[in-house]
Design a protein around this ligand. Structure first.
Ligand code: C2E
Ligand code: MG
Ligand code: MG
Ligand code: MG
Length: 283
C-alpha cells in the first residue's frame, strides 16, 4: 500500500498498488500519444465503416473511426485512448487532423459516388474548447466542397446538453452542417433536446440492436424511437447489426441507414475503396 499526504498531517490517503500502477500506465500512454501526435500523427490511421442507405440499397457514406498503432503499446482501441486524449486536450490537434483527413478522403470518393458523405465523430471537448466549427468551415471552403460532405456525430451525454455545447451545436446548425446524435438511448435520452437541436440523424445505440431478436423490450424501444424520430422528420441509423437474422428483423422497422459488421467492419481506406465504394447491396 502506498500512502500520500495531502494538506495537513492528518490528511492521509491510502491507495492500492494497482491504482497507482494504473495511474502511472495512463501517464505513460498519454506521453506516447503526445509524442506520436507531435511526430506528424505517427501511428494514427482513419478506418472507414460503410453506412448502408436502405432505401437505395447502396453504400452512400462512411463513418470515419480513428485507429492507433502505438510502437510502444501495440494496438489500442479508441474506447481506451479517446478519454486520455480528452483529459489532456490532445483530442483537439488530433481531431483537426481527423476532420481534415476525412474531408479530403470524402472529396476523392465523391468523384466516384456523387453525394457520398462522411460521418465524423466530435468529442464534447472539441465542441466546447476548440474552434471546431471554424476549422471545418475553413476546410470546406479551401477544398471547395459542399457543406453536406460531412455529418458531425456527437455522443448523447450530459456534457452535450450543457449550455456551451448547445450554443456551439446550434452554430453548426446555423451553418447548415448536418448533425447526428450518436449512441442514442444510452445515457441521458432527452427527446426534447433532440427535437430542439434539430439533429438530422439519430443513431440508435448498438446495445438496443444486439438483443433485438430475444428481447421484446429492446424491439419495442427501437420501434418506438424510430417512429418518433420519423414523426419529427429525423432520419434514423441502426448501429451494430452483426448478422443476417438481426438484419432481417430490423428491416421491418424501416430505418433509413444501417451500419454493422453484417456489411463490414471499419476498414482502411484502400480496402474500403476496393470492397465498399460504389457497391450495391443485395437484400
Ligand atoms: P461510435 O462513434 O458509436 O462508433 C461505433 C463503434 O461501433 C465503432 O467502434 C465501430 O467499430 C463499432 N461497430 C460498428 N459496427 C459494429 C457491430 O456490428 N458490432 C460491434 N460490436 N461493434 C460495431 P470503435 O471504432 O472502437 O470506436 C469506439 C468509439 O470511440 C466510437 O463510438 C466513438 O465514440 C469513439 N471514436 C472513434 N473514432 C473517433 C474519432 O475519430 N473521434 C472521436 N472524437 N471519437 C472517436
Ligand atoms: Mg459515431
Ligand atoms: Mg460513441
Ligand atoms: Mg455509436
Amino acid at each position: 500500500l502506498h500512502q500520500a499526504k495531502i494538506g495537513g498531517k492528518n490528511n492521509c490517503i491510502r491507495y492500492s498498488h494497482a491504482v497507482y500502477e494504473e495511474y502511472v500506465h495512463t501517464l505513460d500512454v498519454q506521453e506516447e500519444l503526445r509524442k506520436d501526435i507531435e511526430n506528424d500523427f505517427h501511428g494514427f490511421e482513419l478506418y472507414y465503416q460503410p453506412v448502408v442507405n436502405i432505401g437505395q440499397k447502396k453504400i452512400l457514406g462512411a463513418e470515419a473511426l480513428i485507429r492507433w498503432h502505438s510502437s510502444k503499446f501495440g494496438f489500442m482501441s479508441p474506447g481506451q485512448f479517446i478519454p486520455m486524449l480528452e483529459e489532456t486536450g490532445l483530442i483537439i490537434p488530433l481531431g483537426r487532423w481527423i476532420t481534415k483527413t476525412a474531408i479530403e478522403q470524402c472529396v476523392k470518393w465523391q468523384k466516384v459516388v456523387p453525394g457520398f458523405r462522411m460521418n465524423v465523430n466530435l468529442s464534447f471537448v472539441q465542441i466546447k474548447k476548440s474552434n471546431a466549427l471554424q476549422d471545418i468551415l475553413f476546410l470546406i471552403h479551401t477544398l471547395n466542397v459542399d457543406k453536406n460532405v460531412l455529418m458531425i456525430e456527437v455522443t448523447e451525454s450530459g456534457e452535450i446538453e450543457s449550455s456551451v455545447a448547445a450554443k456551439v451545436l446550434r452554430s453548426f446548425k446555423d451553418e447548415s452542417i448536418p448533425l447526428a446524435i450518436d449512441d442514442f438511448g444510452t445515457g441521458y435520452s432527452n427527446l426534447r433536446y433532440v427535437k430542439d437541436m434539430t439533429f438530422d440523424l439519430v443513431k440508435i445505440d448498438q446495445s438496443f440492436i444486439r438483443n433485438i431478436i430475444n428481447s421484446k423490450y429492446d424491439y419495442l424501444v427501437v420501434k418506438q424511437f424510430t417512429e418518433l424520430a420519423h414523426s419529427l422528420n429525423l432520419t434514423v441509423c441502426y448501429e451494430g447489426v452483426e448478422d443476417e437474422e438481426v438484419f432481417r428483423c430490423v428491416l421491418d422497422l424501416k430505418p433509413d441507414y444501417i451500419q454493422g459488421y453484417y456489411f463490414s467492419k471499419p476498414v482502411p481506406a484502400a480496402e474500403f475503396e476496393e470492397k465498399c465504394l460504389n457497391q450495391q447491396v443485395e437484400f
